[in-house]
Design a binder for this molecule. Structure first.
Ligand SMILES: [Zn+2]
Length: 471
């Protein structure tokens, strides 16, 4: 069961030090509050019907746009589609059911289609970054996500219910008081509500403008941390005092993988189109949803803790799409949800008046020695220990990478190629920033390490403190 709302997460057991009322300012932020719904059977039918209406509106609009494009070489905008719909719906007897749903549902579907078409054009013209987008496709029941949105109307929540236009009060699985309290005292305003279904469960996600109290400065000014988002572990971080934070992921996917395999196999053995197949597919979807929730929970806790503890957070801008294309890595990368972690850090550092520094995609954090700055030509992923040929530093691979990232904060680099994911490495590459003074190991250290015959020996490094399982 998903009990997560993206708002007001606990700071992972971290005590925020100073909380002077005078040093807090109010900032308007847009954030989501998401609740799992517990509708009655009748309400669930209404929910499904609305999702169907949104799907129909999308397909209807897409057909209209295609027809016009074939005839005139251009398509309709979202507003034009809505006007067209309002004319047609009353004259066409086949559309007599239109009045059963909130008008918002159609309007928002046209708006979505409008945006999809714009994004398609932007992508084709090279204006939009990221993967190339295709032309919007038709939605098919059972194959697309059941979802619709309200952009206006009565949207409220109180206690354990939410009120939506045309639906009235729907029970929720969890208390909505966090949002209800804010709505009551006027520090929040609901902008829209999106209702969607994941596996067997319906959710409502309110997009809310919130007056958030943000401190004038970070509770622990000056603290910095470098974070290496891991494949084996959830993340490895090194802070400016040399403490290592290693967080094991929930391993939710791996742990649930056997069950996933079993359920997947059971599903594929059932006859296509049979009732048993549908039941098995539902069980499989439920299990997937559960794994996703466990994963999101662990990431939320970890990122909240880091954003509360450190003013400056440095992460890598990983090429997530590129990594997902690598099929052997893909499952684990997806499990670790790199992209989600970075997004969470982005807004949570903002809420704590911290700063997120994103190292460029081509910054060689793993290949560079965090002791002397020597860069290896290559480092296979199977090598879990970093051994420097120049200064004989022996360090865990992830710890070394995290230390390099931390070095970017210490070097005062404002933003290292912050949003330039598409940037190519220059002829000189992105030379790693100089490390903090004192990190270069002394001669005695070096001799001692030579004597250890290159075995991994993390204790020989100045970094000794170890924070594990910081929840
Ligand atoms: Zn070195």
């Amino acid at each position: 069961m998903n009990r997560r709302t993206s708002a007001d997460l606990p700071a992972g057991g971290v005590q925020v030090l100073s909380e002077d009322a005078a040093t807090v300012r109010s900032v308007k932020v847009t954030q989501a509050y998401r609740f799992a719904l517990d509708p009655t059977p009748r309400q669930e039918r209404v929910l499904r019907s609305h999702a169907g209406a949104a799907r129909f509106a999308w397909n209807w609009g897409l057909t209209a746009c295609r027809d016009r494009y074939d005839a005139e070489g251009k398509w309709w905008s979202g507003i034009e589609l809505h006007r067209l719909w309002n004319r047609v719906k009353k004259s066409d007897p086949a559309l007599g059911w239109w009045g059963e749903h909130s008008k918002c549902v159609y309007q928002e579907a046209f708006r979505d289609l409008d945006r999809a078409l714009r994004e398609f054009v932007a992508s084709r013209n090279g204006v939009r970054r990221g993967r190339r987008l295709g032309f919007p496709r038709f939605k098919k029941r059972g194959r697309c996500r059941d979802s619709f949105r309200f952009g206006a109307g009565v949207m409220r929540c109180s206690g354990r219910t939410v009120t939506l236009p045309r639906m009235g009060a729907i029970a929720t699985h969890e208390s909505t008081r966090k949002l209800a309290r804010r709505l009551e005292n006027g520090t929040a305003r609901i902008l829209s509500a999106t209702v969607s279904r994941i596996a067997h469960r319906w959710y409502v996600s309110f997009t809310v403008q919130v007056d958030r109290d943000v401190p004038e400065r970070h509770a622990r000014p000056g603290g910095a941390v470098g974070i290496d988002l891991g494949v084996r572990t959830l993340l490895t971080a090194v802070d400016d005092r040399g403490a290592i934070i290693e967080l094991d992921g929930p391993k939710s996917l791996r742990a649930g993988l056997r069950k996933l395999q079993r359920l997947g196999k059971a599903c594929s053995r059932k006859q296509r189109g049979s009732a048993n197949r549908a039941k098995a597919a539902a069980r499989l979807a439920r299990h997937h949803a559960r794994i996703t929730n466990v994963r999101a929970d662990a990431l939320h806790k970890a990122t909240s803790m880091l954003a509360a503890r450190y003013e400056i957070v440095v992460v890598e801008d990983l090429n997530v799409l590129g990594m997902l294309a690598n099929r052997r890595l893909a499952r684990r990368v997806a499990d670790a949800s790199f992209g989600a972690a970075r997004r969470m850090l982005e807004y949570k550092t903002g809420w704590n008046t911290g700063r997120l520094i994103t190292a460029g995609r081509w910054y060689p954090s793993s290949k560079t020695c965090s002791g002397c700055g020597e860069r290896k030509p290559s480092l296979p992923l199977s090598e879990r220990t970093f051994r420097c040929d120049a200064c004989d530093l022996v360090l865990g691979r992830d710890v070394n990478a995290a230390r390099n990232l931390l070095g970017l904060a210490a070097s005062g680099a404002e933003r290292v190629n912050a949003c330039g994911g598409d940037m190519r490495p220059g002829p000189a590459g992105l030379t790693p920033a100089k490390q903090e003074p004192g990190a270069t190991p002394g001669v005695e250290d070096r001799d001692r390490r030579r004597a250890s015959d290159g075995r991994p020996e993390p204790c020989s490094h100045p970094i000794t403190a170890r924070v594990t399982g910081a929840r």
